[in-house]
Design a protein around this ligand. Structure first.
Ligand code: NAD
Length: 437
């Protein structure tokens, strides 16, 4: 099939590569010429494991091309995916400016029937808005399909190639058939393609992310209570997760959720509800709990070192909002760095891939270190913020020797409290108590 994917960010690039990988001819479009130039040079503007080799192979085999010319892409494609950003507007609603701009670009270039697919996360009713925008500019026939994306950054390739489910909102049989054919190679193991109306498909994406965010905020509250009540959230999590009605996934407490999806999608769903005169009380609480949780590590630091952190340096392992990505959008590390530096502290940060992005986002007073052990030299304590694999089993002797005080604030519960006691650390966790040597 001939496809265009407009927007070559985390979603569009992975989708473009994934569709090309299953034999389609894909043209990826972005309005940002610097991104397209990079891609044409064989460089990748984002960090996503496994993307580079697949991208190179599909380019080499002639199934994947890049351009800034949306009109040309539309003319030669049967199906056009819109995968541009939908950032939060001032009132929290999803800003559809980019989606609607692409819809107009598509309409202006259409010379026959097209399927236009919203892959961006968009509020209920957006398919109708996109259809109206196109109908206002052309009389060519179009089907607008809602096909939300569920991939996780860091595991985006396997999520895209082997999705748990594919959700397709479509109102015509023709569009359903085309989308069914396109996705058939991705669901050969029997995972479902769920066909539904556009509005339900749009709502499914928000409800799914809201549920995941709810699990995180819920477990963060349980963890905070465990700390006070003398229970160990690690054991509690295992005990809860063994119940198949609950399941063992996504029950890890931490320093708050971030990223480009949960925070904005929770806000957008709250906004949609408000527009319908409804207050989503659970989701309001999910957001409030998360905002509070992002300050947890800083509160623990202040409780230990005092309000005034001037003259102190904190090593920080991990900046990205989660491992295996360079995405810093809404990362809890940003809040933590701001709170520490506002109290006069310096931060020595190390992250395997996010430092380039982070440099432009973090305040002065932060130094960046390729080698995580360099960040520790002369620091007063270590803060573990992102659970990169390389931080899971570090050289604790080296940590203790490099730090001025053997103190670790662990926002991801990576280490065993008993072992940390034996090793002589003061060790702060999220819901597993505080260990003192
Ligand atoms: P992104 O910001 O990484 O990429 C968006 C790209 O679209 C940018 O490269 C931008 O230059 C381009 N763009 C914007 N306007 C354009 C236009 N008019 N013409 C051509 N290109 C244009 O965004 P992302 O993280 O890939 O997210 C895209 C959408 O997918 C969002 O709605 C997001 O909520 C959703 N989503 C993201 C994820 C994720 O993990 N990042 C997962 C599922 C869904």
């Amino acid at each position: 099939m001939k496809l265009a994917v407009v927007g070559t960010g985390y979603v569009g690039l992975v989708a473009g590569v994934g569709f090309a990988d299953s034999g389609n001819d894909v043209i990826c479009v972005d309005k940002d010429p610097s991104k397209i130039d990079m891609l044409l040079r064989g460089e990748i503007p984002i960090y996503e494991p496994g993307l580079d080799t697949r991208l190179a192979r599909n380019r080499q085999e002639g199934r994947l091309v890049f351009t800034t010319d949306t009109a040309a892409a539309v003319r030669r494609s049967e199906v056009i995916f819109i995968a541009v950003g939908t950032p939060p507007g001032e009132d929290g609603s999803a800003d559809l400016r980019h989606v609607l701009a692409v819809a107009r670009d598509i309409a202006a270039a259409m010379d026959g029937y097209r399927v236009v697919v919203n892959k961006s996360t968009v509020p209920v009713g957006t398919a109708e808005r996109v259809a109206a925008e196109i109908a206002g500019l052309t009389s060519q026939p179009v089907d607008v399909v809602s096909n939300p994306e569920f991939l996780k950054e860091g595991a985006a390739i396997s999520d895209f190639m082997m999705p748990d489910r594919v959700v397709i909102g479509a109102s015509s049989e023709r569009a359903r058939r085309i989308m069914g054919e396109l996705y058939a190679p991705f669901v050969r193991t029997g995972n479902p393609i769920l066909f539904m109306d556009n509005r339900s498909a749009e709502m499914t994406k928000y409800a799914a992310n809201a549920m995941l965010a709810t699990r995180i905020s819920f477990m963060n509250e349980v963890a905070n209570l465990c700390d006070l009540a003398g229970a160990d959230v690690h054991k509690v999590r295992l005990g809860m997760g063994a119940d198949p009605r609950i399941g063992n996934k996504f029950l890890f407490p931490g320093a708050g959720y971030g990223g480009s999806c949960f925070p904005k999608d929770v806000q957008a769903l709250l906004r949609t509800a408000t527009e319908h005169g409804l207050e989503l009380q659970v989701l309001n609480a999910v957001h409030a709990v998360n905002e509070h949780q992002k300050g947890l590590l800083a509160r623990k630091v202040v409780a230990h070192f005092g309000e005034d952190l001037a003259g102190l340096t904190f090593a920080m392992w991990g900046l990205a909002f989660k491992p295996n990505t360079d995405d810093m959008r809404e990362a809890p590390s940003i809040v933590l760095v701001r709170e520490l530096t506002a109290r006069g502290a310096r931060v020595a940060a190390s992250d395997p891939v996010a430092m380039g992005v982070a440099r432009g986002m973090l305040p002065a007073g932060v130094s960046f270190h390729e080698n995580p052990y360099d960040a520790l030299e002369g620091a007063d304590a270590l803060l573990v913020v992102t659970e990169w694999n390389r931080f899971r089993n570090p050289d604790f002797d080296r940590i203790r020797t490099a730090l001025r005080h053997p103190v670790i604030f662990d926002g991801r519960n990576l280490y065993e409290p008993d072992r940390m006691r034996e090793l002589g650390f003061t060790y702060f966790t999220v819901g597993r108590g505080t260990v003192r040597p």
